[in-house]
Structures are given as structure tokens and as C-alpha cells.
Design a binder for this molecule. Structure first.
Ligand code: MG
Length: 226
């Protein structure tokens, strides 16, 4: 595994600098799509409204979007445009993952929470509203690219146990490389998607249920006497 850390994107650094992070307080860094919000379910509804469907035969988006009438695969550019359209139109109205708000509220009694989400910066405001509506009013960083560098930056500031949740395996690899001390939890909310892949190679835990995530983090903190 390379020890070289990619740099933080220019658009991400000011957001990280603006975060109020307390030194000495544990930190939970959570992804949003498929962890806090039912992304696939929402995207499927959007696709259906636009004459497409998601062929959930593998753990991928682009390449699995097909026209409803011909079943032809949407070309990459069209797939990306559909994804952009979805975020633009529906970020604010996505359905929260059951149990996420309750678990995070309980964890927030002993930890700080930051949402680290790869989404277009233009949809950040809509995501903030959706989080607040769902009872998850935590600061959000609209990330670009791999997540390791941003996680490393936050971990260096808090100097306390850090937990990272994400559904996408390569984000766990990136965090493992950039911030190996961070506890990595592989989480996939949609059961159909969850069945498609096992634990990410570079995660510590695979958990697809928020009540279990809460127990896990509380147990980990207790084990190290935090
Ligand atoms: Mg995600």
C-alpha cells in the first residue's frame, strides 16, 4: 500500500478550515448517500420518472443504468447527467436511513459528528436542509475525490478516536492509506446493494444497521477507556 497521501482538493480545504472541531473529543465522520440517506431507492424513483431503470446486478451505478424501453445501457455521459439531475432535483427530499438520526443523536453526547459527502457543491445547501429536516443537523463537507486526505486532516485536529462510515470500498482504502488509525465501518443501507458485496478489504467492521453502529462505537470507546 502506498504511503503517499493525495492532496486535499482546493474546494474542500476552506470547508475543513471552517469546521469547529474540538481537540480531545471523539469524531464520527459519516458519508451521506447510502449511509444517512436511501440513495439507491431515491435514484431508482428518479430514473423511473425519466424512462430509465437501475440494473442492480453489480455494485456500480454508471454502467448499470438502462433505458426502460430498449434495456440498452445508458452511455457514461448520459448516466452522469442523470446522476447530476437527481442530485439537483431530489437531494433535499431523499429519505433518511432508518435509525440514523437516533443513533447519531446518542453518539453526539460523547462525540462530534461531521458528514463527509461526495456531492456537487451546488447541492450542498439542499443536503444541509435534508439533514436538518431528518434530525441530523451536523456540519457537512462536500468532498471531491478520495476521502482519505480530508479524514486525515480532521483526525489530526481532534487527536481522539475517529470513526469513518462509507458504503464505497475505495473510500475505505483511501482512509486506510491516509489515516490508518481511524476505525473504518463499511455500511450499506439498501439490502439489495448490501448483498452484492462483502466487507470492504480495508474496513475494520461491516455493519448495515445504525443501532448496531451505535453499539459498536460505544463499545470501541469503552474498550480504550475513552
Ligand atoms: Mg455513499
Amino acid at each position: 500500500m502506498s504511503s503517499e497521501t493525495p492532496r486535499i482538493h482546493d474546494a474542500v480545504m476552506p470547508q475543513l478550515d471552517a469546521l469547529e472541531l474540538l481537540e480531545g473529543r471523539p469524531l464520527v465522520i459519516t458519508d451521506a448517500d447510502e449511509v444517512l440517506f436511501l440513495f439507491v431507492q431515491g435514484f431508482e424513483a428518479y430514473l423511473e420518472d425519466n424512462g430509465f431503470y437501475l440494473d442492480l446486478s453489480s455494485f456500480a451505478l454508471v454502467g448499470n443504468i438502462r433505458r426502460a424501453d430498449t434495456e440498452d445501457m445508458a452511455p457514461v455521459e448520459e448516466a452522469k447527467a442523470l446522476l447530476d439531475g437527481f442530485f439537483r432535483e431530489r437531494t433535499e427530499t431523499m429519505t433518511p436511513v432508518p435509525g440514523a438520526a437516533e443513533a447519531l443523536a446518542a453518539l453526539a453526547e460523547r462525540a462530534q459528528v461531521v458528514v463527509l459527502s461526495n456531492l456537487p457543491d451546488s447541492s450542498r445547501g439542499a443536503r444541509e436542509k435534508a439533514l436538518a429536516l431528518a434530525g441530523m443537523p451536523y456540519p457537512i463537507v462536500a468532498n471531491t475525490g478520495l476521502k482519505g486526505p480530508a479524514v486525515r486532516h480532521m483526525a489530526d485536529r481532534v487527536r481522539a478516536p475517529v470513526f469513518f462510515l462509507d458504503d464505497i470500498p475505495h473510500n475505505h482504502t483511501s482512509v486506510a492509506q491516509a489515516a490508518p488509525d481511524v476505525q473504518r465501518v463499511h455500511f450499506i443501507a439498501d439490502p439489495r446493494l448490501a448483498r452484492l458485496i462483502g466487507p470492504a478489504e480495508h474496513c475494520h467492521h461491516r455493519v448495515d444497521d445504525w443501532a448496531e453502529v451505535r453499539r459498536l462505537i460505544e463499545r470501541e470507546l469503552a474498550d480504550i477507556g475513552w
